[in-house]
Design a binder for this molecule. Structure first.
Ligand SMILES: Cc1cc2nc3c(=O)[nH]c(=O)nc-3n(C[C@H](O)[C@H](O)[C@H](O)COP(=O)(O)OP(=O)(O)OC[C@H]3O[C@@H](n4cnc5c(N)ncnc54)[C@H](O)[C@@H]3O)c2cc1C
Length: 371
């Protein structure tokens, strides 16, 4: 397709920064970059009609790690690294709330529960042994105990899983959040171009040229915020990880309220609009779920439905309204990569399972290293 004179003039030329990817990190990087360089021309290019990775596909948990997850991360990270990670997540969430406002993200401080079934009694015992140590570790951030043992909410009374509650967890609406963020970004004069798939880029002394499915574009600098898809453009240490979700139709007399984690965080569920959203199960088929291809599988969807039937909604009839998947970016270390890769190329990728929590902070930090 040949762009018109006007399209070239107003959209496609004299670009200072091209941000590749319009997820939470790309959008927030653009926002902070614009406030640092108000006169610069910033364009975000996105391969999908909508953001097409994780940011509009996720569960909307405003969380920083369940007790068992933090305990497990402590096996591969130092205390300081964990404290930093949790701190980054909390800072990111606060920055998002401050920038967009709680109403615009439907922020609800409903608390988060971690459920332990009978077969997880060993993990539960280990968590309880370490509860005080972890609360003490996190106390510089929260100034209060984060995790406490509580009795199982009544709705689970049949199976009585053991339960640890985190008062600081919350829920938000990721669709509303990204919509509000796009509105804010566009109100600052940042351009968002959808359906532009970046195939490669070439850096020279004076500019970067990107090859896309539509037209080649030139700019001063590019920023990769492509998360799970990054390897198609640059061999950074980030791998794709698909995550599947389903949501029920509205359920009468639904009592469940809050965010719930099960099986060391491999499953998660929450209430939304009188429905239950449940996701996870990658551990059932790591090999096939390490992909950038969207899609759902019988293996994982059946397991999610089984959890609904047996544990979450044993006393309710329910129907499934919607199933989908999203792609995350993961790596050997839980910290995101926020980096200057060369004179004209920057990256903010590898958000793991908590990109909604850290996304804004990554965007801010990235904008700070871009000169
Ligand atoms: C099912 C699911 C549930 C989750 N639940 C939670 C949760 O409850 N809480 C939480 O904190 N996190 C959660 N996450 C993780 C979170 O969604 C991600 O970490 C976060 O959205 C990552 O944001 P991002 O901007 O880095 O990447 P993305 O949102 O994936 O954005 C990257 C964008 O880059 C675009 N792109 C990639 N390559 C190209 C290219 N070559 N050209 C143009 N565009 C390109 C993609 O289309 C995509 O829109 C979940 C993830 C999934 C999948």
């Amino acid at each position: 397709m040949n762009p018109s004179y006007w399209e070239k003039k107003y959209w496609l030329s004299d670009i200072n920064f091209i941000i590749i990817g319009s997820g939470i990190v790309g959008l927030s990087t653009a926002l902070f970059l614009k406030s640092k360089f108000p006169k610069k021309n910033i364009v975000i290019v996105e391969k999908g009609i909508l953001p097409s990775g994780g940011s509009t596909k996720n569960a909307g948990f405003s969380c920083f790690g369940s007790l068992s997850e933090i305990l497990s991360d402590l096996e591969t990270h130092t205390n300081t690294e964990i404290l930093d990670l949790v701190n980054e997540r909390v800072i990111g969430l606060n920055l998002m709330r401050k920038t967009l406002g709680d109403d615009n993200i439907d922020y609800k401080k409903s608390g988060g529960y971690e459920l332990f079934m009978d077969k997880e009694s060993l993990i539960y015992d280990k968590c309880i042994e370490n509860l005080k140590i972890i609360n003490d570790l996190l106390s510089p951030i929260f100034k209060d105990d984060v995790y406490k043992v509580v009795s199982t909410p009544n709705c689970f009374s049949k199976l009585k899983p053991k339960c640890v509650f985190s008062q600081f967890e919350a829920q938000l609406d990721p669709g509303k959040m990204i919509l509000s963020l796009i509105k804010l970004v566009q109100s600052k004069g940042i351009k968002l171009l959808n359906n532009i798939n970046v195939k490669s880029y070439q850096e020279s002394d004076n500019f970067v040229q990107i090859e896309t499915n539509f037209i080649d574009l030139k700019c001063d600098k590019i920023v990769l915020t492509t998360n799970g898809f990054t390897n198609k453009l640059n061999k950074l240490e980030v791998a794709p990880a698909r995550n599947q979700v389903l949501v029920t139709k509205p359920i009468k007399n639904l009592e469940i309220n809050g965010s719930f984690h099960m099986d060391r965080g491999y499953y998660y569920f929450r209430n939304i609009d009188k429905r239950i959203l449940i996701g996870g199960g990658r551990q059932l088929d790591f090999e096939n779920e390490s992909t950038t291809k969207f899609g759902t599988t019988h293996l994982i969807q059946n397991k999610l439905e089984q959890l609904l039937r047996d544990i979450i909604l044993p006393n309710h009839d329910f129907e499934i309204e919607n199933r989908w998947s999203g792609i995350m970016g993961v790596g050997p270390n839980k910290s995101p990569i926020i980096s200057k890769l060369s004179e004209r190329v920057y990256a903010g990728v590898r958000m793991g399972g908590m990109g909604i929590a850290i996304g804004f902070n990554v965007g801010k930090k990235l904008s700070e290293i871009i000169s």
